[in-house]
Ligand binder design. Structure first.
Ligand code: NAI
Ligand code: HPV
Length: 529
């Protein structure tokens, strides 16, 4: 008999399958403190939560029988994924069940924003009949910019067409063909902020999306823009947004999510006449709550019964024989993926992996998952991609994965070469596992190099001229960025060259901009592992 604990308010209809299962006993105990949960979790095989229960390392460790944690929703911010993975506990979420509901909430916010509904409601019920202050705008004929065209963003775009809106969209994983089918004109974030009338974001919160709409974007933004965020707090810089509204650049904003939830009582959004807010209600409908509960219950049953499951958000254990051979390469594979994922521009259409040397004779499938995971992590977020779903996510995005094997390994006993083809460029990195030294990057876009894929790297492409290296050092040094190691690669004297620096701290955006203004420096990328 499997024992399942439901510790948050989850739809009873949705988890009926668990109640009906002859091999499952369900207990519902909501509102437990961490101490109370830690005291009882040892009896359970599965834990079902929403966002309230904090499933900490302590809970995972006390859950000696715990095989699976199910999240009835998308975000798993409240679950310690590393602790779950360490303990071999599978974490399941329900990514599809609340898509439409959140999309509809986005529209509710967009229309409330366009017609000042919350402000007009408040005034009317206060006894003031004010028809002058709330002149709205139509959606028809306006341009909507959608940043993030995944499940929710694509549905928003579809519905916006029914309102007669023109759609501009940005997502590094959206191909021209899919965009065309959805009636979306692909554009950069810059084009969107300069030309759209409304703008909505639907990305996860990642280092790349944090403050992706900030001061710089507000400076060039079309006057009168209206902005909606029903994704995650922090994608739009809150303080910069308030400034942009006060300067008359942004006409209004509608937010369901905050950088800190719940927001402090003095948060400027809560007192601004042009900002409307809801308390993270995006997924809160009867239907979505039922859907996510059904999906997560089914998946939890699969895990408990040792049947195949698909929505795991952490890493499942790898079979011991495969692990023994490949485990040492997993870190290298993921690092190569993360490296290229952070430097390519354009929509990734093809991932080509070439294994050579001693890897040519091994079943490298699990390793390929790590490479693909690394590539996708940069855009989809650490929470969304794991080795279970990496290939599935790539396929969903029409990304073609090609695996090749060859015996030529440039003198290395093993070599992993990764190439990404996007609609704009093709880039390659190769790495090896050196016994005693660990993972090394040995080639970048055909330049020989020797760098360790860890910490923070700076990749600079420049023209091979005297003085560049010195200028780089001076500029970084004067901005308090300490260089730990430096490698230079070139194909011919005076030709194009690359520099790979390991730095001890993040390089501020302004410093990268200063580097880019230097003559002979063509591109600069900070890469985080
Ligand atoms: N307010 C609420 O209650 C809810 C919020 N959400 C949030 O909504 C967001 C979207 O959810 P889904 O559509 O289900 O996720 P998804 O994974 O289907 O879509 C996210 C999309 O963002 C794209 N993306 C990543 N980095 C990007 C970048 N730098 N620029 C442009 N696009 C980028 C990805 O390629 C992906 O297609 C997530 O943050 C999720 O947590 C989801 C459900 C309810
Ligand atoms: O599913 C998500 O990511 C959400 O943001 C909704 O979370 P909730 O279950 O409403 O706390």
């Amino acid at each position: 008999m499997f024992k399942v604990l439901v510790s948050d308010p989850i739809s009873d209809m949705g988890i009926q399958k668990l109640y009906d299962a002859a091999d499952v006993q369900v207990d519902k105990k909501t509102g437990l403190s961490e101490d109370e949960l830690a005291a009882i979790i040892g009896e359970y095989d599965a834990l079902l939560v929403r966002s309230q229960t904090r499933v900490t390392r302590r809970i995972m460790e006390a859950g000696t029988r715990l095989k699976v944690v199910g999240r009835a929703g998308v975000g798993v911010d409240n679950i310690d994924l590393t602790a779950a993975t360490d303990r071999g506990i599978v974490v399941i979420n329900a990514p599809d069940g609340n898509t439409i509901t959140t999309c509809e909430h986005t529209f509710a916010m967009m229309m409330a924003l366009a017609r000042h509904i919350p402000q007009a409601y408040a005034k009317t019920i206060s006894g003031v009949w004010d028809r002058k202050s709330f002149l709205g705008v139509e959606l028809r004929g306006k341009t909507l910019g959608v940043v993030g065209l995944g499940r929710i963003g694509s549905e928003v775009a579809k519905r916006a067409k029914a309102f007669g809106m023109n759609i501009l969209g940005y997502d590094p994983f959206m191909s021209e063909e899919r965009a065309e089918k959805l009636g979306i004109k692909l554009a950069s974030v810059d084009e969107i902020v300069r030309t759209a009338d409304f703008m909505t974001v639907h990305t996860p919160l990642t280092p790349e999306t944090r403050h992706m709409i900030g001061r710089k974007q507000f400076e060039v933004m079309k006057k009168g823009m209206r902005i909606i965020n029903c994704a995650r707090g922090g994608i739009i810089d809150e303080l910069a947004l308030v400034e942009a509204i006060d300067q008359g650049i942004v006409a209004g904003a509608a937010f369901d999510v905050f950088e800190e939830e719940p927001p402090k009582p003095d948060h400027p959004f809560l007192h601004h006449p042009k900002i409307i807010v809801t308390p993270h209600l995006g997924a809160s409908t009867v239907e979505a709550q039922e859907n996510v509960a059904i999906d997560v219950s089914e998946e939890v049953l699969h895990v408990l019964r040792d049947e195949p499951f698909k929505n795991a958000v952490n890493m499942p254990p790898v079979p011991p024989d495969v692990a023994k051979k490949l485990q040492p390469y997993f870190g290298l594979g993921e690092a190569l993926g993360r490296f290229l994922g952070q430097i390519v521009t354009g929509a990734v259409g093809e991932i080509i992996v070439n294994y050579s040397g001693e890897l040519a004779d091994v079943d490298t499938q699990p390793l390929t998952r790590y490479l693909v995971k690394g590539v996708l992590t940069n855009h989809l977020g650490v929470e969304a991609v794991n080795i279970v779903n990496a290939m599935h996510l790539a396929k969903q995005r029409d990304v073609n994965i090609i695996v090749q094997k060859s015996t030529a390994s440039k003198g290395f006993t093993n070599l992993v070469r990764l190439t990404l083809k996007t609609n704009k460029e093709e880039r390659t990195v190769a790495g090896t596992l050196l016994s005693g030294y660990g993972a090394r990057i040995v080639e970048i876009d055909g330049y020989s190099i020797d760098a360790s894929p860890e910490g923070i790297l700076l990749l600079v492409s420049h023209n091979d001229r005297p003085g560049i290296i010195g200028r780089m050092g001076t500029l970084l040094g004067s901005n308090n960025v300490n260089i730990a190691t430096m490698q230079v690669g070139r194909k011919s004297i005076g030709g194009s060259a690359i520099m790979v620096l390991t730095v001890d701290n993040h390089v501020p955006k302004e410093v990268i901009d200063q580097l880019l203004q230097q003559p002979e420096i063509n591109s600069v990328h900070e890469i985080n592992f």
